[in-house]
Every structure is written in C-alpha cells, then in structure tokens.
Design a protein around this ligand. Structure first.
Ligand code: AMP
Ligand code: MG
Length: 338
C-alpha cells in the first residue's frame, strides 16, 4: 500500500484521517513539536501498529494526546494541584506530564508502566484530529525508531511510506524538538525527564522545585534504573557518525582545518564563517532556531552522503538544553573538548 499524503487545509481529508483512526489505523499527524504517529490510545491493536511501524521497543511508552487538560482525569488516577497550575500556564503546548494511569489506558500504550504521559498539543490540526476522532491519541514521534525525529511531512513519508495509510501535511513544525517531559517527585517538585521548549526556568516561575534528571546530559550505565524508558535507547542518530566539538570558534576552525575530508561535514552556526574549503551546514544562530532546524539538518547530512559529522556545541541554557540533549544522544555521548 502506498501512503496517502493529505493536506491539513482539506477538511474532507481530515475527516478521512479521523475515520482511519476510529477504525484502528495509524496516521502521520503534524504537531507543534515534531510529527507524530497517531492512533487510538485505548485500542491495543491500533497501538500495536504504531510500535510495529516505528520498530519501537515495547517498553518505551507512548504519550497520550488530548484536546483539553480537563479530560486528563478520565485516564489517570491522581493529578497533583501543581499539574493544574502548569496546565494553566503551558497547556495547550509542548509539555507532557506523567501521572498514575487508570484502566482506560492499556498497558501496551504505557509500555507496561502504571503511569501515563499526557500532552495537550497546541497545533490546530492535531487538535482538530483529536476532536474528530473522538478518542485520546497515542502519538510517538513519526520516525523509524532511533533515527532523527520528523519535522516535515516529507520526513514522515520517507520513514513510513507503505507502513501506514496516510500522513497529514501541516508544513514545518514550529518548535522542532519533542515536548518537555516531566514527572512529579512530590506535590511541589517536578523532575524534567526530557528537556524541550518549556524550560526549567519557565517551570521555576511557578515557585515549585525543579530537578533536571541526571540522564538528560549523562550517559547511563546499562544496569542503572531510569525514570523514563526512552533514556536508555539510542536516539536521533543519522547514519553518519556524529561527534560534538566543544571549544571557542577559533579552536573549532583550527579543528576543521585539521580534520576536513571528502565525507566529513561540519555543522556550525549561521554566523560562523569557516574560511577553509570544507563541507558544512548551518543550524541557526540561537537556541530557538537551532531547535527548529536540528532534526532536518541531521537528516540532510545523510542525504548529502556525510559519513562523519562534527557539530559545534550549542548553548546549554534555556531551550538550548533541549538542542544539546538531542545532539549528545545523536552523538552517542561523544564530545571532543578542544
Ligand atoms: P516520543 O514518543 O518519541 O516523543 O518519546 C516519548 C518519551 O516520553 C519517551 O522517552 C518515553 O520514555 C517518555 N515517556 C512517555 N510516557 C512515559 C511514562 N509514563 N513514564 C516515563 N516516561 C515516559
Ligand atoms: Mg521519539
């Protein structure tokens, strides 16, 4: 089967996509973070198709997308007061909160855990699709497991053509990195399990304690217990071998001079100018731009036939933490300090 490419502005096609979801199928859906693979979160057979299409390990849970935070109580057994404050400020938007689940969410959706991640997307098409489908929507990123997340419909088509019936084209994703994932250590303490557009600094404005989980920046040992199963898997990696290079731009330029090669690319900031003859791509000048561009750049490097990529490290503050977290994982934690 060829995968149909729908347009988000074609209402008949949105209805068709919602009907596919009602019938237990999987549809590629645009959101403000990255494209997702959407299916009925309460239908175990439909959810199994998501895992199969992505090749996703069965213990890596799926985030459940709702159109309003007031629906979260239908699928969870406890929501702390702090979560309502966070929802008031940041939902709909790029944040996922983890709560104890109830029986309406099957174990296949939660990767066998007794908790569920809930997100309220702000993207108009994602919201419309949830409403038209009439069910909570499980949606992981719409890439083949381990490969960079898709931020354009064409990326989803590349990874999923022939594996799912349709993809809705909603243009480029505005954030470009996945949602911030948080859990609650206690009623006044959140733990960031995956950094995103809602930053540590944003959460601190609510006068709660904010812990940044150790696994965000550090490689975890094989036998170590993780708070979020996704932390233990290879992620975001193009076929090219990626390394981060940390140091001043002058040192980076010197490093590039010494390491340039036919199959080697340098991923630098827009304002950087490497005055040597080498292959390079740029990924923006500030954290917001870099988040928006990073996954498309990693995919582009494979398209260009890069075998080795050296990336100039981004700023690690604010939204930059999300960019750094994706890059360090794409690099298998290889950082060259110069
Ligand atoms: P993706 O679906 O590709 O956006 O990845 C979702 C991320 O959220 C994964 O890293 C999961 O491990 C994490 N996640 C989803 N649900 C839970 C949960 N119930 N507990 C902990 N982490 C979760
Ligand atoms: Mg993913």
């Amino acid at each position: 089967m060829d995968t149909l490419l729908f347009n988000e502005n074609n209402y008949d096609q949105l209805i068709q996509a919602a009907d596919m979801i009602k019938n237990g199928e999987v549809v590629g859906m645009p959101t403000e973070t990255v494209y997702g693979l959407a299916a009925n979160a309460c239908n175990p057979d439909a959810v199994a198709k998501i895992f199969k299409a992505k090749g996703r390990p069965s213990d890596n849970p799926l985030i459940v997308h709702l159109s309003s935070f007031s629906d979260a109580a239908h699928y969870t057994s406890y929501i702390p007061e702090l979560a309502y404050k966070i929802a008031d400020k940041f939902c709909p938007g790029p944040i996922t909160m983890i709560f104890p689940k109830n029986d309406k969410i099957p174990l296949i959706t939660s990767g066998g855990l007794d908790t569920v991640g809930i997100r309220i997307p702000s993207h108009k098409t994602a919201r419309k699709l949830i409403e038209l489908s009439g069910c909570p929507i499980a949606a992981p990123s719409a890439n083949t497991s381990g490969y960079p997340s898709p931020t354009e419909a064409s990326h989803v088509m590349l990874d999923m053509n022939g594996k799912i019936p349709a993809v809705i084209d909603g243009g480029k994703c505005s954030c470009g990195v996945e949602s911030t994932v948080i859990s609650f250590d206690n009623d006044n303490t959140v733990r960031i399990l995956r950094p995103g557009f809602v930053t540590r600094e944003d959460l601190l404005t609510l006068n709660c304690n904010v812990i940044v989980d150790n696994a965000i920046l550090n490689e975890i040992a094989e036998d170590e217990k993780v708070s979020s199963p996704g932390m233990k898997y290879t992620h975001y990696s193009p076929d090219a071998k990626v390394s981060l290079v940390e140091g001043s731009f002058d040192d980076f330029a010197e490093f590039a001079r010494n390491n340039k090669n036919q199959d080697t690319y340098f991923l630098i900031f827009d304002n950087d100018s490497l005055d040597i003859n080498c292959n390079f791509l740029t990924y923006g000048n500030n954290s917001t731009e870099q988040a928006h561009n990073i996954f498309a750049c990693l995919r582009k490097l494979d398209e260009l036939g890069a075998k080795k990529v050296f990336v100039r490290v981004p700023d690690k503050n604010g939204i930059g933490l999300a960019v750094y977290n994706r890059l360090i994982r794409a690099a298998g934690f290889e950082v060259i300090k110069i």
